[in-house]
Design a binder for this molecule. Structure first.
Ligand SMILES: NC(=O)c1ccc[n+]([C@@H]2O[C@H](COP(=O)([O-])OP(=O)(O)OC[C@H]3O[C@@H](n4cnc5c(N)ncnc54)[C@H](O)[C@@H]3O)[C@@H](O)[C@H]2O)c1
Length: 338
């Protein structure tokens, strides 16, 4: 059975959805701090599973889970992930992301869990140095996080790797996500009708923010800096559809049966600028809205795009939704439902 932490949240719910659709047995743990009971209820309609409302900081209760359930795989999404907040309140991040992950790894290892699949982030790379010859980030790049969020994840990666060095039957797959976007590709008849999607408070991710602006839930969208060294002066990011990312997690389960532990970037290997995203949202939603010029923000690298050759070659991962219009459309249909 697979234990999923954080499945009431954005990415975890998409992975849970895919596992349930494949009739797999899961148990979900979430404290609903940033996730939603309604997401759990939606997932229960696909296939019934046990939901344990629990905070991972309750170490005794976490250990009890391993007494109750035969867990062979853990997919660990539960974490806080607001970069700005992590700079204001680093302890919140080190406690939830690093300390609670350390305890989960300790339990997993002592109860004989075989596979640990971990949500890491491109924020572990910090502000990578790129040049004309090297415009994408490989897993070999130096990891130099520039905020406590990225650091809390990098420290968790190290904990997982160190334990795997001494416990030979404990394998891990670390995924460093680039910018995750879009919502459940699910159709009702001809109509795209996502059952789960992205909902953060406050929302800091560009695509949901622009989509909210298109729906007049916000007055305007601000572009932070138009003088970056990119083709249109705005920052470039690699947006990966959440269902493709979820699929990589499912692939990782079988991958670890036959292969060694490893770390993979998750992205499409090409990026879009802030202005291109805004244009795509305007075209897809057919709504006009106000765009404001703002100053650069500290710690925003001009380009963050993955080199995804490793996951494609080694894991045979084949993205299906590498299509900005579909990413935006699914985010828009989800946002309309909220
Ligand atoms: N969204 C992105 O673009 C992105 C990018 C890189 C990495 N990540 C990582 O992916 C993971 C999932 O991100 P998300 O966007 O789905 O976030 P999310 O906030 O939507 O989901 C996180 C879930 O974890 C739960 N949770 C948090 N702390 C908990 C605790 N102590 N005990 C139990 N449950 C707890 C929350 O209630 C929530 O349901 C996180 O680890 C995040 O750092 C996300």
């Amino acid at each position: 059975m697979t234990l999923i932490t954080g499945a009431a949240g954005y990415i975890g719910s998409h992975v849970a959805k895919q596992l349930l659709e494949q009739d797999k047995d899961i148990v979900v743990v979430d404290n609903l701090s940033t996730g939603f009971q309604s997401t759990i209820d939606t997932l229960q309609k696909i296939k019934k599973f046990d939901f344990v409302k629990l905070d991972l900081k309750e170490f005794d209760k976490v250990a009890e889970l391993f007494e109750t359930y035969e867990i062979d795989t853990i997919m660990h999404f539960a974490a806080f992930s607001q970069v700005g907040e992590s700079m204001q309140n680093p302890m919140k991040y080190y406690m939830n992301n690093t300390v609670n992950t350390t305890n989960l790894v300790k339990c997993a290892s002592s109860y004989g869990v075989k596979k640990f699949i971990f949500s890491s982030t491109a924020a572990t790379y910090g502000e990578p140095t790129l040049n004309d010859a090297q415009q994408t980030i490989t897993e070999e790049f130096d990891t130099k996080p520039i905020n406590p969020y990225g650091q809390s994840k990098l420290m968790s990666e190290q904990v997982i790797k160190d334990e795997a060095k001494v416990k030979k039957d404990f394998k891990y797959c670390i995924f460093r996500y680039f910018n995750v976007a879009g919502a459940d590709i699910h159709y009702e008849g001809e109509k795209l009708a996502p059952r789960v999607g992205e909902s953060h408070d406050p929302e800091t991710h560009l695509i949901p923010l622009v989509v909210k602006t298109a729906l007049q839930k916000r007055e305007a969208i601000t572009i932070f800096g138009e003088d970056y060294n990119t083709h249109d002066g705005t920052c470039i990011r690699d947006y990966i559809h959440v269902d493709d990312l979820a699929d990589a997690h499912i692939k990782a389960i079988e991958y670890l049966d036959k292969n060694q532990s490893d770390t993979f970037n998750c992205g499409y290997g090409h990026g879009y600028s802030v202005k291109e995203i805004i244009k795509s949202v305007k075209e897809t939603t057919k709504h006009e809205f106000k765009v404001i010029k703002g100053d650069r923000r500290e710690g925003d690298p001009s380009i963050l795009v993955s080199d995804n050759g490793k996951i494609i070659q080694k894991m045979k991962w084949k993205p299906k939704y590498n299509n900005l219009e579909l990413i935006v459309k699914s985010a828009y249909e989800w946002e309309k439902k909220l």
